[in-house]
Write a protein that binds this ligand. Structure first.
Ligand code: DUC
Ligand code: ZN
Ligand code: ZN
Length: 533
């Protein structure tokens, strides 16, 4: 006789952003179809006993870089992501994430956003994925014609309802005028505008001054971007956004001062959303001196933009922001560059040597160790970013939920429910609603069931040769990850193939997106006439 359920999860502490309860979960055809105090095991083909561990919606990581080339260096230096959709999504599910949203990047030579998306989609189709995935677009050529014609198609045909804009990197930086052009269009279409807020001119000015003094080792990446660089750009973007009444989302917020500016705007009633990431809660400037000496090139492993804050006072402010709602979501900003790779962090040495006219050519992979060992390189040639899609959930579980810095409900909201709402995936994703939600789940070990361990990169499933979190202690880890009813990760083993993941067409932002009337009519801040007929 056909079974009523494909899978039942028993004895779990079912945790959602609304609370915790003792429920059993019945799954059929990839959907949650029942949530009740007890379900008869005999009705299912397979049963998982959660033994009292938390059972929650799978993680939604709304900020990952996969199969992306980076032309962000001063000479269009090519960093290449070490993860494709197969390895990136594999790493995601091994860390409890069941949905990722990656970036389809427009380069300045790309005339069509639609083409960019088609090409990017072909990559994901080719490799397959272990979890579901969607795309944001990065817009670097905000020509009004292109925006007017292509954005509606991106929304209708592809379900792409968010774009990222850069205020830094010469190959991507938009002027205030261009930022306004995009925001004006995205507002009309309820698209989420994601902002990378750093003042690019300030960074290049400081970089020149550091170079004149010979201060170019990896550590000086942070010195070229003190927190005020992020704070100024954040303030400026809020002024622009508020002027034309377009809510924006600040990605990878790294400093207490930027968080404060965001909080002030939210307190005024203007809908601003913000994201922070693990590297800003766990790293500081000191981590850029972690390996042997401030000069050691190995410190380039910790280079990301914006850099983490100078000391742990920034971290405490960011933890407070996670609690009090300044931050809507918590994402990884997984940006995977290998250390020993001619397309990875090693570019900091190789490009520097080339610029000095002393390049060793050709450089093969085998000789990289030797080259990196005795060199310090230049931070401006190092691709910016750290891996973290697999460690995102465990880090916040261990250092946030277990320590009481965030409540269990807030934890689920930050890692799953809020990103699903913000990016138009809720309640298919980010929820456990019978008859509606996909059966995307993560099941944790019961308290103290997993002996605590020190993380090492060999534990992880990305294609990167390091983790910034090497040596950190963990007492729990996702025990099972389930994607649309399929068990993909079970007790340390990958159980499925990369044919599980599907492309997701997304809807628009489901969080409140329009400012209140009183703020919208403040003529000191708002071009109130702009939208009058
Ligand atoms: N921005 C990101 O979102 N990720 C890495 C590098 C960057 O500048
Ligand atoms: Zn960015
Ligand atoms: Zn990023």
């Amino acid at each position: 006789m056909a079974k009523q359920f494909d899978l039942i999860i028993k004895n779990g502490a079912v945790l959602t952003s609304d609370g915790v309860g003792r429920y059993e979960i019945g799954i059929k055809d990839g959907k949650i179809i029942q949530l009740s105090p007890s379900i008869d095991s005999g009705l299912a083909k397979e049963v998982i006993d959660a033994e009292g561990g938390y059972v929650m919606p799978g993680g939604v990581d709304a900020h990952v870089h996969i199969a992306q080339d980076f032309t962000s260096g001063p000479k269009g230096v090519m960093g290449k992501c070490a993860d494709d959709f197969l390895t990136g999504s594999r790493s995601a599910v091994c860390g409890g994430t069941t949905t990722i949203i990656a970036f389809a990047q427009q380069n300045r030579s790309d005339e069509s956003l639609l083409k960019v998306v088609q090409n990017y989609h072909a990559l994901s189709e080719k490799s397959g994925a272990y979890c579901d995935y969607g795309f944001h677009v990065i817009i670097t050529r905000p020509e009004v014609q292109m925006l007017e014609k292509e954005l509606p198609k991106l929304i209708e045909d592809w379900g792409i309802t968010s774009c990222k804009l850069f205020m830094t990197y010469s190959s991507m930086q938009l002027s205030d005028n261009q930022l306004l052009d995009v925001m004006y269009e995205t507002r009309k279409r309820f698209m989420t505008t994601m902002i990378h807020a750093e003042n690019g001119d300030l960074i290049s000015w400081l970089t020149n001054k550091l170079e004149q003094r010979g201060l170019v080792e990896p550590f000086y990446h942070a010195i070229s971007r003190p927190p005020v660089v992020e704070m100024e750009a954040t303030h400026r973007a809020i002024v622009l956004a508020e002027m034309i009444q377009n809510p924006v989302l600040f990605v990878h917020v790294g400093s207490a001062s930027a968080a404060q500016i965001i909080r002030n705007a939210q307190t005024r009633g203007f809908p601003i959303y913000a994201e922070t990431c693990p590297q800003y809660l766990h790293l500081t400037w000191d981590d850029l001196k972690r390996f042997h000496s401030p000069k050691c090139f190995e410190n380039s492993k910790m280079i990301c933009s914006p850099p983490p804050g100078p000391d742990d006072s920034d971290q405490e402010a960011l933890w407070a922001g996670l609690r009090n709602g300044t931050f809507t979501i918590y994402s990884s900003d997984h940006c995977p560059f290998r250390y020993k790779d001619v397309h990875g962090k090693a570019l900091g040495v190789l490009q520097h040597e080339q610029s000095l006219g002393s390049a060793r050519c050709p450089v093969d992979q085998e000789h990289l160790s030797e080259i990196l060992d005795d060199k310090t390189g230049h931070f401006k040639y190092v691709p910016n970013g750290c891996p973290g899609v697999e460690t995102r959930l465990p880090l916040l579980f261990e250092y946030g939920l277990k320590t009481g810095r965030v409540s269990p409900e807030r934890y689920v909201d930050l890692v799953s429910t809020a990103p699903a709402k913000l990016y138009g995936l809720y309640p298919i994703k980010g929820a456990l609603i019978p008859g509606i939600s996909d059966a995307d789940l993560v099941i944790w070990y019961p308290n103290d069931a997993l002996p605590s361990f020190k993380l090492t990169n060999a534990n992880l499933h990305h294609n990167v040769d390091y983790t910034p979190y090497e040596g950190m202690e963990f007492g729990n880890w996702p025990r099972y990850t389930i994607v649309r009813g399929q068990i993909v990760w079970a007790e340390g083993e990958l159980r499925a193939s990369a044919s599980v993941g599907k492309y997701l067409k997304r809807g628009t932002n489901q969080l409140a997106t329009r400012p209140t009337n009183s703020i919208a009519s403040d003529k000191r801040r708002v071009a109130t006439w702009l939208y009058k007929a």
